[in-house]
Write a protein that binds this ligand. Structure first.
Ligand code: S3P
Length: 450
């Protein structure tokens, strides 16, 4: 869906305590990977708990276009009959990844070492995002790319005829870049090595091992070396997608700032490459408890209880934590606005190339709600106004960015006047049940004027 439907203006307001259990949907990162890796495997991969948000549905459609059979068998239940490593067919039409950077970048990597051509596009947000970070490394495998200035979409890739293995040091801390290189390496004989300066989410490594690939991570003072042995025979597995910690962040942060709240979010992954938000919130003095800590599908998980926390303090969030909470800075900014003192987020320039420039989107929206902020290219500071201290009353621009829309709607649960967003429709890309789930907890959030 490269177009965009009618805007859905939404408003939230203070409506008392949030109480109950929030069952958030499946993890977006794991959902994309389940479909893509399943499509590169011969045989049937069964998936439970797939996130049925638009981003993931666009990836399912793309995998069909590359020749895999992808079938929905029930709610969140999917089956993929893959074509094997190097088995992708050439799509007959343009691949439209909608709003999804993860979808398009992983798929570009996955097809780059096969002798086929594909043209990719997406919505206005995706067409504005940099793709050079993928086209540069895949050119080392022998793929050629023809896109707009700075590699922007629409973009055509002609996959390598005779791919060779690659050693590549990622210039940006990005799991999408890491994953694209490893996926391209799958169809190259020999060992492909991706080097990252700091740990980014490691679902690709964990899941490829689950499918039978040889992936080894070596941690050195010089960075993390991830070695993948090419041309493995991937074997199908059954996947249960864990709940998404990035979606959990919204009810958790809502509970921290809405007076009297007590919310339980079961089954949250505490994979250290994703858990930076929770460390940060605890440092701020949030009332969070992890109950029933256990391991599921090789990942540490717990049930997370969040209670209204009127005494949170601003802190400095260190740059080395940024990758482990990269999608959570917008909602952290909302919590920071309800804390006392300044919260300074360091090493966050990647936020400028997400679904929107998230520093600019949060800064302008928070200012509109009466909050003072400061920004540089790589830092963002929010001056807290204490619990319930934010005036609100503005209309934030969502800028085709689901997390910006949800963050401002969460802010509205704490503000003196209601908070509106100009368009809540992008929420469907990652958290289609956000509105009913929050309403069930007792939150006042709905389409504007309804
Ligand atoms: C993702 C990686 C992150 C994140 C995105 C999902 C993934 O992007 O922002 O929402 O599934 O690999 P970068 O890797 O570009 O930081």
């Amino acid at each position: 869906m490269s177009g965009h439907g009618p805007a859905k203006p939404m408003t939230s307001r203070k409506g008392g305590a949030l109480k109950g259990v929030a069952n958030v949907p499946g993890d977006k990162s794991v959902s994309h990977r389940s479909l893509i890796f399943g499509a590169m495997t011969v045989g049937e991969t069964k998936i439970e708990g797939l996130l049925e948000g638009q981003d993931v549905l666009d990836t399912a459609k793309a995998m069909r276009a590359f020749g895999a059979e992808v079938e929905r068998t029930g709610e969140g239940q999917w089956r993929v009959h893959g074509v094997g490593v190097g088995g992708f067919a050439e799509p007959e039409d343009v691949i439209d990844c909608g709003n999804s950077g993860t979808g398009v970048r992983l798929i570009m990597g996955a097809m780059a070492s096969s002798p086929i051509a594909a043209t990719f596009t997406g919505d206005a947000s995706l067409r504005s995002r940099p793709m050079g970070r993928i086209t540069d490394p895949i050119s080392l495998f022998g793929a050629r790319s023809f896109g707009r200035v700075e590699g922007r979409l629409p973009l055509t890739i002609i996959g390598a005829q005779n791919p060779g293995p690659v050693e590549y040091r990622s210039p940006v801390p990005s799991a999408q870049v890491k994953s694209a290189v490893l996926l391209a390496g799958l169809n190259a004989p020999g060992i492909t090595t991706l080097i990252e300066a700091e740990a980014t989410r490691d679902h690709t490594e964990r899941m490829l091992k689950g499918f039978g690939a040889k992936v080894e991570t070596e941690v050195t003072p010089d960075g993390r070396y991830i070695h993948l042995t090419g041309q493995p025979e991937l074997t199908p597995i059954d996947i249960t997608v864990p709940r998404d910690p990035s979606s959990a962040a919204f009810p958790v942060c809502a509970a921290l700032i809405a007076e009297g709240s007590d919310v339980l979010v079961p089954n949250i992954s505490l994979n250290p490459t994703r858990a930076g938000l929770y460390t940060t919130l605890q440092e701020m003095g949030a009332d969070l408890t992890f109950e029933n800590e256990r391991e599921e599908g090789g990942e540490p998980v717990a049930d997370l209880r969040a209670k209204f926390s009127p005494d949170m303090k601003g802190i400095e969030v260190p740059p080395e934590r940024a990758a482990s909470m990269i999608d959570e800075f917008p909602v952290l900014s909302v919590v920071a606005a309800n804390a006392t003192g300044a919260t300074k987020m360091l090493g966050v320039k990647e936020l400028r190339v997400k679904e929107s420039d998230r520093i600019d989107a949060m800064a302008r929206g928070l200012e509109d709600m009466g909050v003072t902020v400061e920004e540089t290219e790589d830092t963002f500071t929010v001056h807290g106004m204490g619990a319930g201290g934010v005036p609100g009353g503005g209309i934030a621009e969502a800028r085709l960015d689901h997390r910006i829309a949800m963050s401002f709607l969460v802010l509205g649960f704490s503000t003196q006047k209601p908070v509106s967003v100009d368009d809540g429709s992008p929420i469907d890309t990652s958290f289609p049940i956000f509105e009913p789930l929050m309403q069930e907890l007792g939150a006042s959030v709905a389409r504007s004027n309804s």
